[in-house]
Design a protein around this ligand. Structure first.
Ligand code: SAM
Length: 261
């Protein structure tokens, strides 16, 4: 019954309205479905490594958009970050993460919302989104998301956005996604951001298949200035699923002995 229900919803997410999309995600994260998903990472190494490279202070306001049951929030708390928000359309996903964290969950701000309905009550220094933005496929929603990021980030804020690359899968959780490369990802955000660099990651799913992700790091640009992207070369990493990360410096995308080949 569960499989039939999900399949029914997967006939092209273009046609689905928001309540159907929410239903889809609530079902994916329902209580009897605590298994790993294709996107699951035991430790979100690439994200953590990029965040470490920013040298932002521990009071920085960080939001993980479409955080799901990711352990990013666990790692950020362990690293001492104090102002973390996790937003997801699925309340089940948020509850899984809250339960995992136990008492520590009180240190986090939790928001159950469709990102396109989110009205931020504050600004953020870092906006992270791994594999949520790519579900937006029509131009209007993509623009709305880009505007939201633009108005929600502080003057020197960073956007770290990860999507399937154009050599990655065309579906995620059975839903169609928009794939990105360096050029079209930059284009979406360049009215307000300069690109710092991109990292391409071969994510090894729990079933040991590879999915190529692009991680774009963007820095907020002062209003009125023209785009000025860094010419830093792209980096390529292969991430395993079960590395134990015990300190901020133990995972570095330059460090071939750690998380990357
Ligand atoms: C593929 S999962 C990625 C989860 C997590 N970021 C990670 O890396 O493990 C996509 C997540 O985005 C959430 N999501 C999908 N569409 C969303 C929307 N419109 N607004 C907010 N969250 C959304 C889903 O509930 C899900 O948790």
């Amino acid at each position: 019954m569960f499989i039939g229900f999900v399949e029914e919803l997967l006939v092209g997410n273009n046609k689905k309205n928001m309540s159907e999309i929410k239903k889809h995600w609530e079902e994916i994260y329902n209580k009897s479905n605590l298994n790993k998903h294709t996107w699951t990472q035991d430790i979100p190494e690439t994200t953590l490594s990029i965040i470490a490279s920013l040298n932002i202070n521990k009071d920085s306001h960080i939001i993980d958009v479409g955080g799901g049951d990711s352990t990013l929030v666990d790692s950020l708390l362990n690293l001492g970050y104090k102002n973390i928000t996790v937003l997801d359309i699925s309340e089940n996903a948020i509850n899984i993460t809250k339960n995992r964290l136990g008492d520590k969950s009180q240190q986090v701000k939790w928001i159950v919302s469709d990102i396109l309905e989110f009205v931020p009550q504050q600004q953020y220094d870092l906006w992270v989104d791994r594999a949520a933005f790519h579900f937006l496929r029509d131009e209007k929603s993509i623009k709305q998301y880009a505007n939201l990021v633009n108005t929600s980030l502080t003057k020197n804020g960073y956007l770290l956005i990860a999507t399937f690359s154009d050599t990655g899968p065309s579906k995620c959780s059975g839903l169609e996604v928009k794939q990105y490369n360096k050029e079209n990802l930059t284009k979406v955000f360049e009215s307000g951001f300069n690109r710092e660099y991109c990292v391409f990651e071969d994510h090894l799913t729990p079933a040991h298949t590879e999915q190529n992700f692009i991680y774009g790091l963007f820095k907020h640009r002062q209003e009125g200035l023209i785009p000025s992207h860094n010419l830093t070369e792209d980096r390529f990493v292969k991430c395993q699923n079960s590395i134990v990360l015990d300190s901020e410096t133990s995972c570095n995308i330059e460090n071939k002995g750690c998380c990357c080949d």
